[in-house]
Ligand binder design. Sequence first.
Ligand code: HEC
Length: 162
Amino acid sequence: MKAIMLGFGLSVFLASTVTHADSQEKKPNDWLLGAKSDTERFESLQTYLRGFDQPMWEVGERFRAIHEALGRSNFELAAYHWEKIRVTIKNGYLKRPARRANSDAILLNATWGDVNEAFGSKNAEQAWAGFEKAKTACMACHAAESVPFMNNQALFDLSKPD
Ligand code: HEC
């Protein structure tokens, strides 16, 4: 009997919390839940998810990580970041379709595969040659996309250590 009473009490409690959650008042931090419509929600998400700059930031960090990985002869790690760079650039042009043509033509269509093979060879000379090839493509796209000033930063000074 006690157990039944307890069970009953518990279900009343659960029911009241569910009802409370449904009619929950929106808090100031509910920037999505509190929006008036899905359109407003998507607008907020679209703004929050930025444009091409944030994916490029990630690409830059991963490119630096590739340099570090090659320095330790960790070719698998280099290939891992190279794969993520491809995903990240594609996600970038999902948001900014105007960047697609040069991304594909300059990096993804042919160069990406060559560099991937170079890392896959697990041969230091070939892998470093792949790194240089990748770097040249990154810089060519920055010139083609009218942001040549991007190339004047320490990231693009990285190369095979002496
Ligand atoms: C579409 C051609 C294209 C390719 C390919 C490309 N980039 Fe970029 N990158 C851009 C553009 C455009 C910007 C400026 C983005 C903006 O203004 O929103 C940029 C910006 C950057 C930035 C600055 C990001 C920031 O806001 O801090 C870095 C770092 C960068 N790229 C690194 C790279 C590296 C490394 C590669 C090669 C693995 C590469 N990019 C390949 C077009 C490209």
